[in-house]
Design a binder for this molecule. Structure first.
Ligand code: FPP
Length: 257
């Protein structure tokens, strides 16, 4: 007999989250936005713990979008400081728990200090095999696809690739998320119902779950609600119900591109 956690982890390999509502959480309490981001970092820690408990193998968090560069300078600085603090305070725990850190996004735009801390974090945790924690930083889905296309176009121009060899699998292999399964479930907090340029390619078949809960209040209860809803949904990947029941036990990740 499989435990409920084992059943869930077979279906939910990759959870992606758009963490939204830190500012509103602070505003509701008459606090500076910084307080919302600080509590948001605590919610990140709770979420990582819960994914480890549930056996989810990949957790991808939208921590800073390409558009977030347009926020006031001091808020950008605050978010970067919180990130550095998170990396240093969580290092030992990540190593003990088999968490592998990974970063996606246009990292060249990040400061040298942040880039260095991220490379070190990735290097130190590279053997972690329980949970891959991916932070999307300076990330935009369109930009990620453009960078992948540019890499492939360069290979074609240099004669290492023909246009006919380009297919979905090759494009996917050139995205920042190469080697990861696509997200099974996307959660967005704070009541907004948009994808906001997050993992545009990878979310093609993800189940979407939106909650009014603001990110700083996110935790175990909310994950439980989201995974309950996820398990009630039937993922068909464009196939018929009949086709799916014949391959019931396999993870139904589509291979259609
Ligand atoms: C959205 O809230 C959240 C962000 C732009 C940043 C997310 C950052 C954290 C959770 C904290 C630090 C991250 C890590 C990985 C430790 P918002 O500011 O857009 O909220 P609002 O829409 O209510 O203004």
């Amino acid at each position: 007999m499989m435990t409920p956690e084992q059943t869930l982890s077979a279906q939910l390999r990759h959870l992606a989250i758009i963490m939204d509502g830190n500012g509103r959480w602070a505003q509701q309490r008459g606090l500076p936005r910084l307080a919302g981001h600080q509590q948001g970092a605590e919610a990140v820690i709770r979420t990582v713990d819960e994914c480890l408990r549930l056996g989810v193998r990949y957790l991808t968090l939208f921590a800073f979008s390409s558009e977030n560069w347009g926020r006031p300078e001091h808020e950008v600085a605050t978010l970067m400081e919180l990130l550095l603090k998170f990396l240093s305070s969580q290092r030992t725990k990540m190593l003990e728990n088999g968490v592998q850190l990974r970063v996606i996004g246009d990292r060249e735009r990040l400061s040298d200090a942040v880039q260095k801390a991220l490379y070190e974090g990735e290097k130190q945790t590279e053997t972690g095999d329980r949970l891959t924690l991916t932070l999307a930083l300076s990330y935009g889905g369109r930009n990620e696809i453009v960078r992948a296309v540019r890499t492939l176009a360069t290979k074609v121009a240099d004669g290492f690739l023909t246009p006919e060899q380009i297919d979905g699998a090759l494009l996917e292999a050139n995205l920042d998320t190469h080697g990861m399964p696509s997200p099974d479930l996307l959660i967005r907090t704070s009541g907004e119902m948009r994808i906001s340029n997050f993992l545009l390619w990878q979310l093609a078949y993800a189940e979407l779950y939106f909650t009014d809960t603001l990110w700083p209040d996110f935790g175990r209860d909310e994950i439980q609600r989201a995974t309950d809803v996820f398990q009630m949904r039937q993922r068909r990947f464009g196939l018929t119900e009949e086709q799916l029941t014949t391959k019931k036990n396999a993870h139904p990740e589509e291979k259609s591109h």
